[in-house]
Write a protein that binds this ligand. Structure first.
Ligand code: SF4
Length: 328
């Protein structure tokens, strides 16, 4: 492991000040992702800024029924919070589908959003990797790519984002609250994550000196009828081959509004907007579901080992819609 500097920030002002002063520094919250990468040599920051003393752990149901989750709230605290369990089941289910209980107890919500890809080549510094070392190459494109993306890939990178929670938040139209020396801003989750393009080392629109302070989930009629479905190699402590988060509002038997977002298939949570359009105003009959399944995989590009993801995604969409049909 490379030597690095370390400091504990007492408040947001000092955390941001350290970030500006120390080029290439990283914030340290739960450490469940970053410590692995430090020991593996995949990340070599010169400086870590420990932000655990910042008052960012509250989970608050607002008067307008939107939910504000502090960036340092643990994954477990959010998944088991009464307001989340009753009002946003897809968020609880997506968090509990990830990692292990011990990791969820330590991992923060902000850190969950910023966790690094599980691409084998990224985590092993003996391999080239454009995300770790820009311009060095992408061995996954012709190598081991069973876990890799089928949407939004580039010639530079085909990695997927590993977070289950982010997929759930995508279906709920969450917003990310941030703070920097330029002020505060709110970023829609769909705008927060970037596709790899020519700069796969840049994964979000966060600036170097910008801190995630909270996640906001709007009060939405979608939230109560929502569900998370994950296909993985074993039933716990495994990353998604494919997952789908869904939320729906019915009018009679017809779909009034619907959100579908897929995980394990792209560099960011992948909204299935064509499939959503296919379903609007229609009852969930088998013919309609079949069309939505095909729409969900339109434009997919597969690699040597991951063509199975196309079929898995179609089946996940079908199962999700069958579950919704039972709720209608
Ligand atoms: Fe690196 Fe992305 Fe290629 Fe994996 S897919 S080796 S993360 S550039």
């Amino acid at each position: 492991m490379n030597p690095f500097g370390y400091v504990q920030a007492g408040n947001d002002v000092s955390a941001l000040s350290y970030k500006v002063q120390q080029a290439g520094s990283l914030f340290l919250a739960g450490g469940t992702c970053i410590v692995d990468l430090l020991t593996q040599g995949a990340l070599r920051p010169p400086f870590l800024i420990d932000i655990n003393a910042l008052p960012l752990r509250a989970i608050t149901l607002q008067d307008d029924n939107s939910l504000i989750i502090g960036a340092l709230a643990s994954n477990s605290a959010v998944a088991h919070h009464p307001s989340v369990l009753s009002g946003y089941p897809v968020l609880s289910e997506s968090i509990l589908a990830g990692a292990s209980a011990q990791i969820r107890n330590a991992a923060s919500i902000g850190g969950n959003l910023l966790q690094k890809t599980r691409c084998y080549y990224y985590r092993d510094p003996s391999f080239a990797c454009n995300k770790r070392t820009p311009g060095s190459g992408c061995p996954a494109i012709t190598g081991a790519n069973r876990m890799h993306a089928i949407f939004g890939t580039s010639e530079q990178c085909i990695a997927v984002h590993p977070s289950d929670m982010a997929v759930g938040l995508s279906a709920l139209d969450a917003a990310i609250h941030t703070e920097s020396s330029r002020g505060k801003r709110q970023i829609a989750i769909d705008d927060f994550f970037l596709l790899p393009g020519d700069t796969p080392d840049r994964e979000t629109i966060l600036e170097q000196d910008e801190l995630i302070t909270a996640v906001e989930i709007p009060a939405t009629p979608f939230a109560r009828k929502s569900n998370y479905l994950k296909v993985r190699d074993r039933s716990s402590y495994a990353f998604a081959l494919v997952s789908v988060a869904g939320a729906v509002v019915f009018e009679g038997n017809s779909v009034k509004e619907i959100r579908l977002s897929a995980g394990g298939v792209a560099h960011k949570p992948w909204r299935l907007q064509e499939a959503e359009q296919t379903l609007l105003g229609r009852a969930l009959e088998e013919g309609v579901i079949a069309r939505a399944m095909e729409s969900a995989v339109a434009g997919a590009k597969t690699y040597r080992q991951n063509a199975v993801k196309v079929d898995l995604l179609k089946r996940c969409v079908r199962l999700m819609l069958h579950r919704f049909r039972e709720m209608a």
